[in-house]
Ligand binder design. Structure first.
Ligand SMILES: Nc1ncnc2c1ncn2[C@@H]1O[C@H](COP(=O)(O)OP(=O)(O)OP(=O)(O)O)[C@@H](O)[C@H]1O
Ligand SMILES: [Mg+2]
Length: 239
């Protein structure tokens, strides 16, 4: 398999405070790769650096063979690096339809809005039924679906989803995870998920990285840590 994203020895932080040291991550084309770790480990920060919301202090970010480390964020989005942010960054007062349209702003995406809408409704039929409903009145699960659908409207090649399961009941979280897997299978996308919940992540991922206080502590095929409760316990403090 070819590598779509390569994060090489990334150092970054906020102001003068470092948060990530030497973070290296490879995302293979067509894979679901998981970045797991406990609160404050630096997962969201890693995604922000990949999409260019915060700069890399040291290291490189290579996407589809191109060094994008110095590109502004909107240029990275144009190339297909799309982030579904933590906390479902949707416009509460706008309708589902308006929310979807707003995400198709980059040049590539603008030309394919109708096609993208059809693809999104195929995966999330509930959104079609609620097109004119204010996004803020959707259920938690529906809001998460909308957040992911917004990501798809931007025509990603790499879709990064930050904490898709956050605040959802287990059954709903699993449903969302299965939808993420379906998106990879049907849309032939590459997906990088960030999860605090190890079990959800490893359920659908091919490969996983464990981030601990700003450093990658472990990596491997996703099944291995799942079958090794000792490691999960040691690194993530959960059973
Ligand atoms: N905007 C910011 N300004 C300053 N420090 C920040 C900022 N955002 C995050 N941090 C700090 O960076 C560290 C890593 O935070 P980050 O949000 O990347 O963790 P995380 O792994 O995503 O955690 P969580 O699972 O709680 O979402 C934390 O110590 C956090 O306090
Ligand atoms: Mg986070």
């Amino acid at each position: 398999m070819a590598t779509l994203l390569s994060v090489e020895k990334l150092h970054t932080g906020y102001g003068k405070i470092p948060v990530l040291w030497d973070v290296s991550i490879q995302v293979e084309k067509g894979s679901i790769t998981a970045l797991i770790g406990s609160n404050g480990a630096g997962k969201t920060t890693t995604l922000r650096a990949i999409v260019g919301i915060i700069p890399a202090w040291k290291g490189r970010i290579v996407f589809a063979g191109e060094d994008v480390t110095k590109l502004p964020s909107y240029r990275r989005v144009e190339r297909g690096i799309v982030l579904v942010p933590e906390g479902r960054d949707i416009f509460q007062q706008m309708t589902v339809y308006e929310n979807l349209l707003m995400s198709a702003y980059n040049q590539r995406a603008r030309q394919k809005i109708q096609e993208s809408l059809e693809r999104v409704f195929n995966i999330f039929p509930r959104l079609r039924e609620r097109l004119n409903q204010k996004a803020g009145t959707l259920s938690g699960g529906e809001q998460q679906m909308l957040a992911i659908a917004r990501g798809l409207m931007a025509l990603p090649r790499l879709l990064m989803i930050d904490e898709a399961s956050l605040g959802l009941a287990p059954k709903l979280a699993l449903e969302i995870m299965n939808l993420v897997k379906r998106i990879r299978d049907e849309e032939e996308l590459t997906i990088l998920i960030v999860e605090q919940n190890v079990h959800y992540a490893l359920n659908i991922a091919d490969y996983a990285y464990v981030l601990e206080t700003g450093r990658i502590r472990m990596e491997g095929p996703a099944k291995e840590p799942a079958e090794n409760p000792e490691i999960i316990k040691a690194y993530l403090g959960v059973q």
